[in-house]
Design a protein around this ligand. Structure first.
Ligand code: HEM
Length: 322
């Protein structure tokens, strides 16, 4: 058992963490080197233009002109999924676009829940546990429930709301791809892999919390050992925790190769990170080859015959200051 413990508890998590860190840095590095030939901010609101053209307060963030307006738009995108809020669905018989907020709701629920679950997991890795982690743990687990019906004896637990909302949101996001014809058509195996891995992590986590408790002190010893690069020599781990950790490791190793990289990619998205100021600031295409300029005398020399003909016809050919 302890050989398996070392493999699943130490070797695989380290390999996965290595692939994750190197892979994510590599992708960020390659993205940062990409040229952006055109100014392509996607905009909705009124662009900053002539002084008498009024802009509403929200136009500033729908069609940002300055860097800080662009930063606010980015923050609203990251924390509120604002563009998804505007999601519409084209209904064919009626031939109308109807607003649909379900995807927005469940996507937002999933991402916020994941963030809070991960912050709560800091308590395994850090000693003493930071106050903000305890605070979030306390707020998240304010509901106390007797789940004696699962245990055949009284058993009171704190329900971690975000653990459950994470699971429910993942179920909806998977259901949406499987049940709706359009979504099923454009779903690729990679879309399902990410969802299935996340579901496996969530299910094993929920089982540990509510059905088959594991020795949390032992988990903490392993987590802190891994973080300080002094892992226990041959940890004797619970099978369910090993499963949880294995799925987490698979997810980490898969991350840099997957669409999950959108979490870093959003910052590099030109449609989101560029201000819409092309009328005021010229965007230089880095692909432009250097153009050798021609001065007036050289130009005149090149087209002397034509120029003289034009002059004879009465046109003023030479620039005034020449
Ligand atoms: C992508 C990373 C991870 C995700 C999404 C995740 C998710 C979850 C979820 C949803 C739960 C259910 C209970 C709750 O809401 O707290 C849980 C529980 C648990 N997780 Fe994770 N987990 C992750 C990584 C880890 C890691 C790296 C460890 C250990 C080093 C770990 C150890 C545990 C343990 C011991 C429990 C049971 C907690 C308890 O009984 O209070 N998890 N996890």
């Amino acid at each position: 058992m302890s050989v398996l413990g070392t493999l699943v508890g130490v070797v695989i998590p380290y390999v996965a963490a290595f692939i994750f860190v190197v892979g994510v840095l590599y992708r960020i590095f390659t993205w940062s080197k990409c040229v952006v030939p055109f100014k392509i901010p996607t905009t909705c609101g009124q662009q900053k233009s002539l002084p008498w053209l009024n802009r509403t307060f929200m136009d500033r963030f729908d069609s940002p002109y300055t860097n800080w307006e662009t930063a606010v738009r980015m923050l609203m995108e990251i924390f509120l999924f604002r563009s998804l809020w505007k999601n519409v669905r084209y209904e064919l018989p009626a031939q109308t676009a109807v607003s649909t907020k379900w995807l927005w709701l469940f996507a937002l629920t999933f991402h916020w829940s994941l963030l809070i679950v991960l912050i709560r997991h800091f308590r395994f890795f850090l000693q003493p546990v930071p106050d903000f982690v305890n605070l979030i743990q306390g707020l998240d687990g304010f509901i106390e429930v007797d789940i004696g019906w699962l245990w055949f004896q009284p058993h009171v637990v704190h329900i971690m709301v975000t653990g459950l909302t994470l699971f429910v949101a993942l179920l909806y996001l998977t259901y949406r791809r499987l049940a709706f014809p359009r979504e099923r058509t454009f779903s690729l195996p990679s879309d399902y892999i990410a969802l299935i891995l996340l579901l496996c992590v969530a299910v094993t986590g929920l089982l540990m919390r509510y059905v088959i408790p594991v020795d949390v002190a032992q988990v903490k010893e392993l987590a802190q050992g891994l973080l300080s690069f002094h892992p226990p020599a041959s940890p004797d781990l619970h099978w369910l925790f090993m499963l949880h950790l294995l799925f987490v490791s698979l997810l980490l190793a898969y991350f840099p190769f997957s669409k999950l990289m959108h979490s870093a990619g959003i910052f590099f998205s030109p449609t989101r990170n560029m201000p819409n100021n092309n009328r005021a600031v010229r965007h230089i295409n880095p692909w432009n080859y250097p153009v050798k300029g021609v001065d007036w005398d050289e130009f005149y020399e090149n087209f002397k015959g034509d120029m003289e003909e034009l002059e004879q016809m009465g046109y003023v050919v030479k620039p005034e200051e020449v």
